[in-house]
Design a protein around this ligand. Structure first.
Ligand code: XMP
Length: 318
């Protein structure tokens, strides 16, 4: 009979035998899959697991700092690499959604490859691949593994991709990964996190990306997500986020006419991301959140709520 405890026990044993004293590198994303994979491997081989957590500058507000210290608190051998400036520079003036994804995928691989080279005599690349990633080509959960898969055939393999691959979650579904994570003692808040796309806020800033737009969207997103948590709505929603639209709208403030940004809020129910329904959030919640955003975030004067389901509307706007 499959139980999370027996899975942990037998997997840790197998990893010990398979890896011996070898060094392993793994990219952490802050998501459930890579975190559970890292925790299992760390249990098996300790500090021979080298985790790399890259800040692409497109994460949620304070996410890099918060998640990095959480990882350290869990005893993982993790290095945080802040490559925000490099990503932003390479993304400058790119407005096309697929163009943004390509740049982010390429730069991630370059940064990760540089870091992997710093680990002497590394033999393995670990990935948090789960069963649905194996049967579909594109991961709905995002993270480094998804990024690597869709871009690895551009211009020859980077060195880290020539490493032997170890994927301890390959036979598991998402709910099983969460149960394994709970059995490993991983914080339930971390395990219950919404999916977040690998390209991050880049595909929620429609059009070109600037540091100022990232800042605005991080503020808006934080108000929305914290509000969902405060109102006890977070766990009823499969995924939520804010989108910065590439239009300005007219507003009034005192006697002044303003001409500022519009943001859309999106919250969906889903089981796998393939289909999704917009969530009927309470009006009082939307009202409070809208006021908080407009009063609190400079540069935004209008908030709209996305009431489109998938299909035909996708969850992300880009
Ligand atoms: P859509 O927008 O296609 O999204 O309805 C379905 C799920 O996939 C996520 N998503 C991505 N994840 N890289 C990722 O790692 C991407 O380029 C990407 N695009 C969409 C989206 O957040 C949702 O969970």
């Amino acid at each position: 009979d499959w139980t999370p405890d027996s899975f942990v026990e037998s997997t840790v044993q197998k990893l010990k035998e398979q890896l011996g004293n070898d060094k392993v590198v793994l990219g952490l994303s802050g998501g459930v899959d890579s975190t559970v994979a890292a925790t299992l491997l760390s249990k098996a081989i300790g500090d021979n697991l080298y985790c790399i957590f890259v800040n692409n500058g497109l994460l949620r507000k304070n996410e890099f700092e918060n998640v990095l210290s959480q990882y350290k608190g869990m005893g993982l051998n993790v290095k945080g690499v802040d490559a925000s400036a490099r990503f932003l520079k390479e993304l400058a003036e790119e407005a096309d959604p697929e163009g943004k994804r390509k740049i982010i995928g390429r730069v991630f691989i370059e940064v990760f490859d540089d870091e992997a080279h710093l680990i002497e005599d590394v033999k393995w690349l670990a990935q948090g691949t789960i069963y649905p990633d194996v049967i579909e080509s594109v991961s709905a959960t995002g993270g480094p593994s998804a990024t690597i898969k869709s871009h690895h055939n551009v211009g020859g393999l980077p060195d880290f991709m020539k490493l032997k691959i170890v994927e301890p979650l390959k036979m598991l579904f998402k709910d099983e990964v969460r149960r394994v994570g709970a059995s490993l003692g991983i914080d339930s808040e971390l395990l219950g996190r919404h999916p977040f796309p690998g390209p991050g806020l880049a595909i929620r800033i429609l059009g070109d990306i600037t540091a100022e737009k990232v800042r605005i969207l991080q503020e808006v997103d934080a108000i929305f997500i914290n509000g969902l948590k405060e109102w006890g709505l977070y766990n009823d929603v499969w995924q939520a986020g804010a989108i910065l639209l590439p239009v300005n709208s007219v507003g009034v403030m005192g006697d002044e006419r303003t001409y500022e940004k519009v943001v859309a809020l999106r919250a969906v129910e889903s089981t796998d991301g393939m289909t999704a329904d917009w969530v009927n959030l309470p009006y009082e919640f939307l009202q409070k959140t809208s006021n908080q955003i407009i009063n609190g975030v400079k540069g935004v004067n209008r908030v709209v709520y996305d009431i489109s389901s998938k299909p035909p509307a996708t969850i992300e706007w880009e």
